[in-house]
Design a protein around this ligand. Structure first.
Ligand SMILES: [Zn+2]
Length: 229
């Protein structure tokens, strides 16, 4: 589904508001993207990133003639485009097929501990953890592995945890045709653990409860099933 979206960028120094108009996939709501984000092919992007990464390494004083470092710019560029950030490209969005809810299952379904790796867009270092997803089916159910694939798609782009939580929630509501969706994400951020404050023990939890999950009873049932409570 295509949707015209507008994101605003507030730059801290001059409080200047910049509007970007995108004609991209609506799963990008909230991700600050340039208008020309998908004009280059993956191969062109790899070429350009490779050159820039080489310059970073050389600036740091590394000798790129060394056998060990020689292939690094290309490796990093390929890893960025093909592995770490492939979910930026809406063409890579997983196909989700529905099953008719023939057996009329209308209780809560919970998929726990969907592991993911993503990268914080502020430092470009990983944050990783588990997503727990719950929904109460309306007319549609989807294959369980699709929940994993949807999490993976939204993880493979520069992210902030709060936005990833919202993007997954919005996508699931759309796919499942119901507002009765809940998502809880628990993650460890290496930008907090390995640098800066160097807090190795903290975790960050975000959640989004929609529809019936706003009822205390339903929410409590979910927490019981997750054994969070
Ligand atoms: Zn960070």
């Amino acid at each position: 589904m295509k949707l015209k979206i507008t994101t605003s960028n507030l730059t801290a120094n001059n409080m200047h508001i910049e509007d970007h108009d995108h004609d991209f996939d609506d799963s990008h709501i909230g991700t600050p993207l340039r208008n020309d984000a998908f004009e280059k092919t993956d191969e062109q992007k790899i070429e350009i990133i490779q050159e820039h990464f080489k310059a970073i390494m050389e600036t740091l004083g590394l000798d790129l003639n060394d056998d060990s470092l020689n292939g690094t710019p290309k490796r990093v560029a390929k890893m960025y485009v093909k592995e770490m950030f492939w979910g930026l490209n809406p063409e890579n969005k997983p196909e989700v097929s529905h099953f008719k809810n023939n057996f009329r299952y209308n209780e809560m379904l919970v998929e726990k501990d969907i592991h993911f790796y993503t990268n914080c867009e502020h430092h470009f270092v990983p944050f990783f953890g588990n997503a727990h997803i719950a929904y109460i089916p309306n007319g549609k159910v989807i294959g369980l592995s699709k929940l994993n694939r949807i999490v993976e798609y939204f993880a493979k782009r520069p992210q902030v945890q709060e936005r990833m939580t919202m993007q997954i929630s919005n996508e699931l509501k759309k796919i499942l045709g119901t507002d009765n969706v809940a998502i809880i994400i628990n993650a460890k951020h290496l930008c907090v653990a390995s640098r800066g404050i160097k807090d190795n023990s903290s975790h960050t939890t975000t959640s989004e409860y929609s529809g019936r999950y706003n009822d205390p009873e339903t929410r409590n049932e979910l927490h019981r099933l997750l054994a969070l409570k």
